[in-house]
Design a protein around this ligand. Structure first.
Ligand code: SF4
Length: 81
């Protein structure tokens, strides 16, 4: 199973972004961070740099499963209309 940003204590959020507290470059652009909307949507947030990162700090409780990711469940929102 791939490491995700949900699994590492060094993955932090600002009001608009997800960034690495250890200063690692996240995302595919040169920004070094990821837009927070991806967290809202519960996207997988798998980053290549995390897979063999020596600073990976696993959260207590292990992996956050897909059903527990994000605050917006688009499927539930559509069904409630
Ligand atoms: S695994 Fe490494 S690069 Fe990824 S969030 Fe954690 S410390 Fe940062």
């Amino acid at each position: 199973m791939s490491r995700t940003l949900y699994d590492c204590l060094n993955a932090r959020t600002s009001p608009t972004h997800i960034y690495c507290q250890k200063g690692k470059m996240l995302g595919t652009a040169n920004s070094g961070f990821i837009e927070l909307i991806r967290l809202y949507r519960g996207n997988p947030l798998v980053q290549a740099i995390c897979q063999k990162c020596e600073d990976f700090d696993e959260m207590d409780g292990g992996t956050v499963f897909p059903k527990d990711r994000g605050w917006l469940n688009l499927k539930d929102l559509k069904e409630s209309k």
